[in-house]
Design a protein around this ligand. Structure first.
Ligand SMILES: C=C(OP(=O)(O)O)C(=O)O
Ligand SMILES: [Mg+2]
Length: 579
């Protein structure tokens, strides 16, 4: 028996076989003309056959997976399968094997790599629908090269049986193909509690542990037990752990669904909203009872793009979200590109320190016009739907930035501008920042990383990267107090109404921390739809006065773990529900 420990980021106790996420495909070395790395018995013909066979094998595999898939996933697999046997790709790769090819003969792997790059370039130049196929060509290229090398195909492994996905870390793009009926839990050797692996796990309701060194070395098929609340992983689980997993499965299915009208024990209303990335997410969130959307991560609509989406494409993407929430609030966040979410048309991949770089609202400095076009699209989508649209900018650091963003919103006809408070300077100066806008939403993921100077993606810094850190709770309090002060200063003016402060960082999805946030004066909580039921069930057990007392206790604690323990000890429902 072996045990591993990491940081539990999504609760749940499950048992199952491990499947490792294959490592990303490395670019084959360029073949230097005249170099003797192609053995004499390897003929152009034999290499050509290898390429054809590899392309056919990839196509057959994708077709087989398409048969078992449905909806959007099926379409993607079918389109990629077609691309795999594209004669243009195979023929141009075979041409590059010849010693007469410009630059000399290549290895089969290198020939496929370069031929696909050329196909991708020409598709990109054609623009529109063709340009959207670039990602498929590059995916096919990686699959054919892996097949030639005898390595497993890149991406989330296909499997007929449910499994626990192990990886070093997951990129946001990997997550598009993750099938929650097959992947029952996630474990990673690196990644922090606020990394996108963690966010995804919570969105899908999958138990997850990050920063567990060694788990990326577990053999495929090894049976493990994991406890996502405790952050522990055990191989060769005994009868006691099997029973624990069974008990959790029974309990999880009995948690009451969210009623869609969240209130504390004394009737005090705290609307629970959802964090979404696409129209499909929004539909699921509405079905789960979300009272609106507290964070539409617009960059998630365009993560696979390397050019700016047109205004029409944006209108369609945002409209799909608004359509799911007629008459309800939808808070749209303008593009938050950079650091863990690069968008090639906005961010520079060579920045030495991307988390402190040109990201979020700051990309307006280097790519002027993109923000205005996005606001135009949001306003047009709003006009076509019934949702009550609020708009906020990510990574606002100063009152001047807030004022400029508000004037851009007003020029676009958007009436409710706001800011994310995720940079400590914005929390510290909330009383002036909030004078410029109508609301704030605390992004506790980034607020924690910047307050603690700890990269949110780094496993070894996970204990610093904890929103229970009293320093982070102080910044939440300063923001709420600043918003109240801004409202008082503006008393008697048209902008005097109380400026609401919500939370849309992952802190809101932790039911115990949600109680503290409400006690600190936060007006709304936004989270992945999966967390709504647990958070509302726990909030319903406290009055606003009790929540305030727990907030005082958490603020006074000397450490994150002491704050967590103090509060959890007062919330017996957590143990009852296994949270
Ligand atoms: C909600 C947040 O935004 P993201 O996780 O997308 O950076 C945050 O930083 O808390
Ligand atoms: Mg953020």
């Amino acid at each position: 028996m072996q045990t591993f420990s990491g940081v539990g980021v999504a609760p749940g106790r499950v048992l199952g076989p491990v499947r490792q996420m294959p490592k990303p495909v490395q670019e084959p070395a360029p073949h230097a003309p005249g170099a003797a790395d192609i053995p004499a018995d390897v003929t152009v013909e034999s290499q050509g056959r290898r390429i054809k066979d590899a392309a056919k094998a990839v196509q057959a595999e994708l077709r087989a997976r398409a048969i078992g898939a449905s909806g959007e996933g099926k379409e993607v697999l079918e389109a990629t399968a077609l691309m795999a046997a594209d004669p243009m790709l195979v023929k141009s790769a075979i041409r590059l094997l010849s010693p007469e090819a410009p630059g000399g003969a290549r290895t089969a792997e290198r020939a496929v790599w370069e031929a696909a790059a050329t196909v991708a370039e020409s598709l990109k130049a054609l623009g529109g629908y063709m340009a959207e196929r670039v990602a498929d060509v590059l995916d096919v290229r990686a699959r054919i090269v892996s097949e030639l090398r005898g390595l497993p195909a890149p991406g989330i492994p296909a499997s007929d049986v449910p499994f626990i996905l192990a990886a070093e870390d997951l990129a946001p793009a990997d997550t598009a193909t993750l099938d929650p009926t097959k992947v029952i839990a996630l474990i990673t050797s690196s990644g922090g509690p606020q990394s996108h692996t963690a966010i995804l796990a919570r969105a899908l309701g999958l138990p997850a542990i990050v920063a567990a060194p060694g788990v990326d070395g577990l053999d495929d098929g090894t049976e493990i037990y994991l406890d996502g609340a405790a952050g522990t992983i055990t191989t060769e689980p005994g009868e006691d752990l099997r029973l624990a997993a069974k008990a959790w499965a029974t309990q999880a299915s009995t948690l009451a669904a969210f009623s869609g009208n969240n209130a504390l024990a004394d009737g005090f209303r705290v609307p629970l909203l959802a964090n979404v990335g696409t129209g499909a997410d929004a539909v699921k969130a509405a079905d789960a009872g979300a009272e609106g959307v507290g964070l539409l991560r617009t960059e998630f609509c365009f993560l696979d793009r390397d050019d700016e989406p047109s205004v029409e494409e944006q209108i369609a993407a945002y409209g799909a979200v608004f359509a799911a929430f007629p008459g309800k609030k939808v808070v749209v966040r303008t593009l938050d590109a950079g650091a863990d979410k690069p968008l090639p048309f906005l961010t520079n991949a060579d920045e030495p320190n991307p988390a402190l770089g040109v990201r979020g609202y700051r990309t307006d400095l280097t790519s002027p016009g993109v923000l205005e076009r996005q606001l135009e699209a949001i306003a047009a989508a709003e006009a076509a739907h019934q949702a009550e649209v609020w708009v906020m900018a990510p990574m606002i650091s100063t009152a001047d930035e807030a004022a400029r963003f508000a004037s851009l919103c007003s020029a676009a006809g958007l009436r409710t501008p706001g800011v994310m408070v995720e940079v400590p300077s914005a929390a510290l100066t909330a009383s002036t920042v909030l004078r410029e806008v109508s609301f704030a939403s605390l992004g506790t993921n980034d607020l924690t990383q910047y307050a603690m100077a700890a990269d949110r993606q780094l496993g070894p810094l996970a204990s610093l990267n904890d929103p229970w850190q009293p320093a982070v709770l102080q910044l939440v309090k300063l923001t709420v107090d600043g918003a109240a002060a801004a409202s008082t200063v503006l008393a008697g003016t048209a902008a005097a109404a109380t400026k609401p402060v919500g939370v849309c960082g992952e802190a809101a999805a932790d039911p115990a921390l949600a109680v503290v946030l409400v006690g600190l004066g936060v007006a709304t909580l936004s989270m992945s739809a999966r967390a709504l039921a647990a958070v509302s069930t726990v909030l319903a057990t406290v009055t606003v006065e009790q929540a305030r007392n727990l907030a005082v206790a958490a603020l006074a604690a000397p450490s994150a773990s002491a704050a967590r323990q103090t509060v959890r000890a007062q919330l017996p429902i957590l143990v009852e529900l296994g949270l």
